[in-house]
Design a protein around this ligand. Sequence first.
Ligand code: SF4
Length: 69
Amino acid sequence: MAALASQCLACPVRDVCGGGNYVHRFDPVRGFRNPSVYCADLLRLITHIASAVRLSLLTRPRPTRPAAP
Ligand code: SF4
């Protein structure tokens, strides 16, 4: 957490993204405490996957128990 930028600390997908790949955060002025250069893509990808998983869990058929012998 100490290595994350303030934008990442406040991000709703922070726990999944983790600020992105460390080397993608480097800036010659501020070092590594920046969001990933792929921030917009990471946010879009992670929220898309979360929505797809949520929808899948809500719409999948529930397993049925086998009949008792
Ligand atoms: S999506 Fe962007 S702001 Fe959020 S944690 Fe990842 S790099 Fe940081």
